[in-house]
Structure formats: structure tokens, C-alpha cells
Design a protein around this ligand. Sequence first.
Ligand code: SF4
Length: 302
Amino acid sequence: MLKDLQEEILRLKKSRHAAVLAHSYQSAEILEVADLTGDSFALSVKARELEADTLILCGVRFMAETLKLLCPEKKVLLPVPEATCPMAEQIQPERVRDFREAHPDYKIVAYINTTAALKAECDVCVTSSSALKIVASLPEKNILFIPDKNLGAYVQARLPEKNIILWEGCCPVHNAVSEEEIQAAKVAHPNAKVLLHPELPAEVVRHGDMVGSTAEILHYAQNTTEDCIIGTEKSIADYLSLTRPSQQFHLLSKKLICPDMRITGLRDLLRTLEGQGGEEIQMDPGFAKSALRPIEEMIRLG
Ligand code: SF4
């Protein structure tokens, strides 16, 4: 049954001249039919080289928006319109506009996990792997970092020369992990390397042997023979366990499951390819220009 669905998806992809992009947090059966897999920003950049006219993004809305910003000439479809990232939508753009009016000397830095409407209000975007380098390279001392207080705190702790104001936003999935859980995991698996995402709270992150983006965690785990404690979404630990059976990968916490990333299934993807489901991401060209500006600035500085 699963194989039948996958075969039909592969057939339709070809006949519709469509490509499927799947975030690394998607299920194994979606990753198997994808043309590209990876972090949200890496997917959007690589997608520019695809010949397909239609791009189907299996992930959440802000990722589909970023894809549309970077590939405006292509049709971008999100199979499940309800798949959103709670962190990306935590701030009303007006509040950032108000901050800028009150603090004209601040540079506004936005994590890529934000809506296009928020990006349009910011000066530069960052990813979890480029945040430190980009903030360090800014000539301005005063920085507002939105929306993730944990990634912001990670940068703040390493750049004491900057005056960084953090927004009270967070990824509810990563932020739910406690220091007691990392301490317990280290006691249970004393020889395992601890690989942590900077969206985790600071009191957890300080226990990491390595702190990095999803791609950096995957890269580290794939280039060691040691067992690892994985401090990011469960799908990464599952994928590593499947592909590297000679090592053990221990999920740091049972809470590390993102419901929004789990919404999209093979049937949703199939319906989208059949033209019976999904949502096309539409963007006014003037607005798209404003939202693309901080992404281009990130590419220039990164
Ligand atoms: S894991 Fe967190 S940041 Fe990623 S999509 Fe889910 S809620 Fe958003």
C-alpha cells in the first residue's frame, strides 16, 4: 500500500514536472520520494537549481514562503495549509515596527523561522548555523534578536561585546526540554556524545559536546563511530538509527516531537500532485521584495 502510494507520487511528479522538497523532520516515507531533503534554508537555495516548474514543500508554512521568495517564478505548493510553525508566528509584525520606531539605532535580526510578513520588517535573517557569524559581522552594537530567545541567548553568551535584546519567543518543542532531562540522559549514556540544537534552553545547551543546526548534528553523527544523545526533533534520531545501525542514537527527551512537522502524509502529497489539495503560496511582488531583502543580506554576510 505504502509502496503503491509512493510509486504513484513518483509517476505524477514526472508527468507534472514537479519536484518534492522535504525538511529533514519529515517522515521516512516522505523523505524517500523527495527530490531534495535538508534544512529549510538549504532546501530553498538548492531548489533554485531544479528544473521543475512546480515545487511541493513538505514542511511548514514559513518554509514554503521562504521557498517562494527565493524561487518567485515557480509554483510553490504546501500540501497541508494548516502546517505552521508556532515560533514563526509568535510575533505580530506591527510590534517589530513599533520597536524600530522607538529604537532607530537597533539592527533587527530575524531567525529564518519567521513568517514572510515578519521578515519584511527586519534587517537581516540568520539560520541556526549562521547566527553567530552574522551577528558578529554586523557593525552595530545594538541588536534586537527575534523570535527565538534560546538561539538569541546562545549568540548573546558568545558575543559579550554586543548589546542584544531578546524577544520572548521560542520553539515550544525544543524549549520544553529541562536540564534534569539532559542530566539523566548523560547518566544513562555516559559514553555518548551530546549533540544539541541551539533552540534548546541555555541550561540544556551548556551540557552539549556539540551545539549546531539539524544539518550540523547530522553531519557530526555521520562522521563519528561513537553513540550519540540527539537533542533535536525525534525524526533525526530515527533517521540516524535507521541509516547507521552500528551506532546507538538516544533521543534526549520524548517531548522532542513537532506535531506540525508530522501533519503531512503521503496521501496529502498525492492529493496535491493530483491538483485536489494543498495551497499555492501567493505573494504580491512589492511585498516579496521587502521580505526577500533580509534573506539576501544574510546570503551576503554568510
Ligand atoms: S520544531 Fe519548533 S521551530 Fe521547528 S517547525 Fe516545529 S515548532 Fe517550529
